[in-house]
Design a protein around this ligand. Structure first.
Ligand SMILES: *Cc1c(COP(=O)(O)O)cnc(C)c1O
Length: 703
């Protein structure tokens, strides 16, 4: 107990001091992957923590001085605050990762945490994980993007499962963003568009984000940073001018001097034109080709899109108008600019393609998995390179940032059981091979804890959604009785782009109902995912899944969660026993969600696409037999084939294995596979391996 005299003096100044200390912690996003740094906020107000989507600043804003004064006398709270600060001061020493280089990373979205809703899906998750890993490794890297006023969108499903889009404004005061004091003027079309530059601290990495929603801009220019991927092609083009040209300007204005510009996807490819303009300014007399060759030396490019239709293409007239002043100042004639965006420069019918621009202005390029690299090489093999040496397209398979995606309960488990530090900073996450020998009963308890937590999470969310849809107390009650804690739990969550085929498992409802409804070995399915607001096909898929949750043959065994985000991603990937992935091959460039469940003892059932052909070794999950090669198959034939393969593998292999409880009540053979999944996936599909490969492939390592 604190002496009364001390208390009276403390209450005068302690709230202010504690608020300042918490604020300082909140401003560094390292709390998003270092549990110690979140704890003081959770202790401050668990309800506010949940209500703000786990926002430290939001939680702090809701705490009054009385609360802080009370906590200042709590040794537990003050201890957690001290521990969080100690963690902030003891960031592991940087590793000598890349020599003499500093990298600027460009991306249109960053998924860093659910409270920072600046992402739509996998591209953002990859970018966020890249920054966090660069921070952990002490890589000299900064990043640039846009700051969106309402992020992507919030999804609700109405009483028949139709998507309802809402676009609430994000409250800036609860975002961990700091003004840099820099405002850039980016030429777009005939005007200078002003953008304020904010800094987001991601551990040791600075992410700079541009905000054009300023009173001095014209209304249509203020819209440039309202939302992500809003669909209108001209708006999208102008956003990309701001990201590419404005991104280079912003980094320069805040004093960053990168030697390498890493374009993550083609959205930021106009950066090359601004870099060319800067070379021209420095050396006005030089030949355009010589300057371009210099620019090329500094650009590397990661492509993500395995189908021709997925790449951004614009009419030349629009590109010339919106980018015109930068490209003229760079010394490019209209025809020279056109040629940079065409596969066949002489083909007058070919629109301007951002990926082609990136390919023609980079020194090296990569796809995001082995197959995707191959598909990309095929897709772009027809490019006429002229005098320029052709750019090779390598493969660097994506990874996930283990400390972000390994649940704290699981992470403590691996530490105790196998001395693996999932939160650690060791190259290639050493020690995961010891998961092979993990105690089976302990692994089963971990699975039971995480699965139960998921089931309760789903019930609570679904009850809330039912009330919001007007289903009343009866609806909420039904939701609270969904699912079972012991059933084999299959998770499926990703953007509902149609190629990902969310409702494929419902191809033959009766056959599925027989699998899920077997009283001796119950199985259940949990879905989450948003379709793009303009993707009617994707929304129809969400509706189909919604309808299936109400089908009498399946009811109680299938659930869908609204508004998929990083929190749902974490809870679902750690709670699911089996992670389902059934894209139409070869459309899944990599996919990363399947790399997450093995961190919690889960396994994959995935079509052999994206990263899985590299990850699957015959014993760490399942891969249905692909459609026989040869000939163009109609897509409904492929659906039929793939769905019946999924049923077959579930019926003959997966369900019997999970429910084989001969050995003292444990599913022994299942746990052997799960242990092997944990031993084999995380060490190879973490971002440490990925960043190491980037450094090698792009020649950034010390020689
Ligand atoms: C991991 C993750 C993704 C990526 O999933 P894919 O299977 O690669 O599409 C997308 N969104 C969220 C929220 C994630 O956590």
């Amino acid at each position: 107990m604190t002496a009364p005299t001390a208390l009276t003096t403390l209450t005068v100044h302690e709230p202010t001091a504690i608020r300042a200390r918490l604020r300082a912690l909140a401003m560094d996003l390292a709390w998003s992957w270092r549990e110690l740094r979140r704890r003081p906020f959770q202790m401050l107000d668990m309800r506010a923590w949940e209500a703000t989507r786990h926002s430290p600043l939001g939680t702090l804003a809701s705490a009054d001085d009385d609360r802080l004064a009370t906590l200042s006398t709590s040794t537990a709270f003050m201890g957690s605050l001290d521990a969080a600060e100690a963690d902030a001061h003891a960031m592991p020493a940087p590793q000598p990762f890349i020599a003499g280089h500093s990298v600027a990373y460009y991306c249109s979205e960053y998924a860093l945490h659910e409270s920072l809703a600046q992402y739509a899906g996998g591209l953002g998750v990859l970018a966020g994980d890249h920054l966090k890993q660069a921070s952990d490794l002490g890589m000299p890297l900064c990043a640039v993007g846009l700051l969106y006023g309402h992020g992507y969108y919030r999804q609700e499903l109405d009483e028949v499962g139709r998507t309802r889009v809402s676009l609430p404004r994000i409250d800036r005061s609860t975002l961990p963003i700091e003004p840099t004091g820099v405002v850039i003027a980016c030429p777009i079309g005939r005007r200078q568009v002003h953008a304020q530059v904010w800094r987001i601290r991601v551990g040791r990495v600075n992410l700079y984000v541009l905000d054009a929603d300023l009173a001095r801009n014209r209304p249509e220019d203020r819209e440039l940073t309202l939302g992500l991927y809003r669909g209108e092609p001209l708006l999208r083009l102008r956003q990309q001018v701001l990201l590419g040209v404005g991104g280079v300007m912003a980094l320069h204005a805040v004093g960053e001097r990168p030697t390498v510009h890493h374009l993550n996807e083609g959205h930021a490819a106009f950066a090359a034109i601004e870099l060319l303009r800067r070379e021209r300014e420095r050396d006005p007399g030089a030949e355009a080709e010589a300057l371009l060759a210099r620019v090329r030396q500094s650009i590397v490019f990661t492509t993500h899109t395995p189908v021709p239709a997925g790449h951004d293409r614009y009419p030349h007239a629009d590109v010339l108008r919106e980018l015109g002043s930068t490209s003229r100042a760079a010394g490019l004639t209209a025809s020279a600019l056109k040629k940079l965006g065409r596969e066949h420069p002489a083909n007058a019918g070919e629109p301007f393609c951002m990926t082609v621009l990136a390919l023609r202005t980079c020194r090296a390029c990569n796809g995001v998995a082995k197959i995707h690299g191959e598909v990309s090489r095929q897709m772009w093999k027809g490019i006429e390179w002229g005098t320029q040496p052709p750019v090779a397209i390598a493969s660097i398979t994506n990874g996930v940032h283990l400390p972000t995606w390994c649940d704290p309960v699981a992470s403590a488990f691996w530490r105790d059981q196998c001395q693996v530090d999932a939160n650690g900073n060791t190259i290639a996450g050493q020690g995961w091979e010891r998961a092979e020998q993990v105690d089976r009963a302990a692994l089963w308890s971990l699975r039971t804890v995480l699965r139960s937590r998921l089931v309760h999470f789903v019930r609570e969310r679904c009850a809330r959604s039912a009330l919001a849809r007007g289903e009343g107390a009866a609806g909420a009650l039904r939701a609270s009785q969904l699912l079972r804690e012991d059933a084999l739990t299959i998770g499926f969550a990703r953007r509902f782009a149609t190629y990902k085929r969310a409702p494929l498992i419902f191809h033959d409802v009766d056959r599925l109902a027989a699998i899920l409804g077997n009283a001796n070995c119950p199985v259940q399915l949990i879905f989450a995912g948003k379709a793009h607001p303009r993707d009617a096909g994707g929304q129809a898929y969400a509706q189909r899944v919604f309808e299936m949750t109400q089908d009498p043959r399946l009811v109680g065994r299938v659930a869908i969660l609204e508004d998929y985000d990083m929190e749902i991603g974490r809870v679902l990937t750690s709670g699911a026993d089996l992670w389902l992935n059934n894209p139409l091959r070869p459309m899944e460039a990599s996919g990363t969600s399947g790399m997450k469940p093995p961190l919690a003892g889960g396994m994959n059932l995935s079509i052999l696409d994206g990263w899985w052909p590299e990850g699957f070794d015959g014993r760490n999950g399942w891969a249905p037999a692909p459609v026989a090669d040869g000939g163009e198959q109609a897509s409904d034939e492929i659906d039929s084939h793939d769905a019946s393969e999924l049923y077959r593998v579930l019926e003959t292999d997966i369900v019997p294995l999970f429910w084989d409880r001969a050995d003292g009540g444990l599913p022994a053979a299942w746990l052997d596979r799960a242990a092997h999944s944990a031993a084999s996936v995380p060490p190879r599909f973490g971002t440490v391996r990925m960043l190491d490969e980037y450094a090698k492939v792009y020649g950034l390592l010390p020689s």
